[in-house]
Design a protein around this ligand. Structure first.
Ligand code: HEC
Length: 106
């Protein structure tokens, strides 16, 4: 009987999908993003994304968030206006986690 051979590619494809899903879930850590945001960013941008100072964009209103992550990351690294530069303080994957968290604020 050759029937047993048929499900194998399907099984392999399923395992590949599960492995991919696992890596993607690991790649972004919203919990870490939230912790770092509350620590370094909320003093100006507000815990809920509503700014606490004038001239600060409102993430709750999705301001500035139409830009790709790489552009936003550059501003966070170099600093902008009264926003201090975070280069050397935060690693790229940490900034990405923070940006993903910011995108969840409403
Ligand atoms: C001292 C206050 C302050 C802190 C702390 C601060 N920001 Fe900002 N942020 C600002 C201000 C002000 C702007 C608007 C700058 C401008 O365009 O004039 C801004 C803009 C931004 C933008 C939009 C940049 C762009 O290019 O449009 C992002 C994204 C951002 N901040 C993320 C962060 C993150 C992430 C942190 C924490 C790691 C942080 N900010 C901490 C004040 C702050």
């Amino acid at each position: 009987m050759k029937a047993a051979a048929t499900p194998r590619p399907l099984l392999r494809a399923t395992l590949a999908c599960l492995a991919l899903a696992a890596t993607q879930a690991q790649a972004i850590d919203l919990g870490r993003g939230q912790r770092l945001y509350n620590l370094h960013c909320a003093s100006c941008h507000g815990v809920t994304g509503l700014p606490v100072l004038p001239e600060v964009p409102s993430f709750a209103m999705r301001e500035r968030l139409d830009q790709p992550d790489m552009m936003l990351m550059r501003s966070v690294k170099t600093g902008k206006n009264i926003m201090p530069p975070f280069l050397g303080l935060l690693k790229d994957p940490e900034i990405i986690d923070i940006l993903q968290y910011i995108r969840t604020l409403r």
